[in-house]
Design a protein around this ligand. Sequence first.
Ligand code: SF4
Ligand code: SF4
Length: 124
Amino acid sequence: MPRIKIDHTKCTGCRHCETACSLNHVANTVNPRRARIRVMRDGNRYYPVIAGPFVDAACTSKHYIVIGEQTYDMCAFCRASCPEKPYFVEAETGIPLKCDFCGIPPSPSCVRWCNTGALELVED
Ligand code: SF4
Ligand code: SF4
């Protein structure tokens, strides 16, 4: 099964993936707010997150994620579009955004435009 492997250590924060995804879904329009991938920044580190399922209720329990010296709220890396997260929801319409893997067979625009190898299409 093909998957997108994310290696955040290779991500430079260029946001080409957001641009590519946006263009792929809305012709002739560059609007990263309509992208199904978002690049989160923490200092000089970048974490690409790809939109997952829509859920209409926020989580009722919370946890934290520790990476190295940093502690992150669980929402930082969660892929869901949910009422607590303003991104992964199309601003103009309120429609939840979800990665559609750019068709079948997958040819993910975000992977093709990522020239550092931070995003890679892999097979299980
Ligand atoms: S295109 Fe690649 S390097 Fe650039 S922000 Fe996206 S994942 Fe990171
Ligand atoms: S696979 Fe396609 S839809 Fe999914 S984040 Fe990448 S460009 Fe967007």
